[in-house]
Design a protein around this ligand. Structure first.
Ligand code: 13P
Length: 252
């Protein structure tokens, strides 16, 4: 089955308002009517509504970088899935490694966030990946299995039909150290086969699995030419319209 490649731009905690709007305009000019790969950008919370307005009726979707698990109430600073939907977003990152390592989101909380994202009607991008010490201890597959099992086991394939998965080895994020296309392909093929065991062959075959970690225009085509790599989740190189657009164009 052909899977449409999907490129995410995770802006993380970068850009002031004017810079964010300029980047949104630059992306609209370059990719607004692009019909190849799908693109989704993940700006900071304060920019979600103006950025999604600027990208209205374009081919670029907008998502949030995180969400809270409760539906409403006294949770100062929390942002719910419904709020995110109401400002024009369609997607949300779940379990990004910086949420896991910097903010302490554990597997159980990530699983809860996935559930509330689905309930809110958002398309979840579930991020998984091993740290350098886990990789060096040969724990890559056991870590990924634990992350996938905890997040996915409560759901049916139907409930997860919109899911996108992002494999982001933590040692490759923001370090300039990218997994080689062959290394990344090996892990992606493993992820797909593990998901096959959890949710069945039809689900696994249509699941889009993005690679993330120092993806740039220079390495994007090589990574995305691999059979189980269905796009990229891009941090630093998504902060310039031209480099993000080059990565989207590299996805065939
Ligand atoms: P970099 O592309 O800056 O390594 O970030 C990857 C990432 O964390 C995307 O979510």
């Amino acid at each position: 089955m052909a899977r449409t490649p999907t490129i995410g731009g995770n802006w993380k905690m970068n850009l002031d308002f004017d810079e964010a709007m300029e980047l949104a305009s630059g992306l609209r000019n370059r990719l607004g009517s692009h019909r190849g790969a799908e693109s989704i950008i993940f700006p900071s919370f304060p920019y979600l509504r103006p950025v999604s307005q600027r990208l209205r009726d374009s081919a670029i979707a907008v998502g949030a970088q995180d969400l809270h698990t409760e539906a409403s109430g006294a949770f100062t600073s929390g942002v719910t899935g419904t709020m995110i939907r109401s400002v024009g977003c369609t997607h949300v990152l779940i379990g990004h490694s910086e949420r896991r390592t910097v903010f302490g989101d554990d597997d159980a909380l990530v699983a809860k966030k996935l559930s509330v994202a689905l309930t809110a009607g958002l398309i979840p991008v579930l991020c998984i990946g091993e740290t350098l010490s886990e990789k060096e201890a040969n724990q890559t597959f056991s870590v990924l299995a634990r992350q996938l099992d905890t997040a996915l086991r409560a759901h049916t394939p139907e409930a997860l039909s919109t899911l996108i998965c992002a494999y982001e080895p933590v040692w490759a994020i923001g370090t300039g150290l990218t997994a080689t296309p062959e290394q990344a392909q090996e892990v992606h093929a493993w992820v797909r086969s593990h998901v096959r065991g959890l949710l069945g062959p039809t689900f696994a075959e249509q699941l889009r699995i993005q690679y993330g970690g120092s993806v740039k225009p220079a390495n994007a085509a090589g990574l995305m030419s691999q059979p189980d790599i269905d796009g990229a989740l891009v941090g630093g190189a998504s902060l310039k319209a031209e480099s993000f657009a080059e990565i989207v164009r590299a996805a065939r």
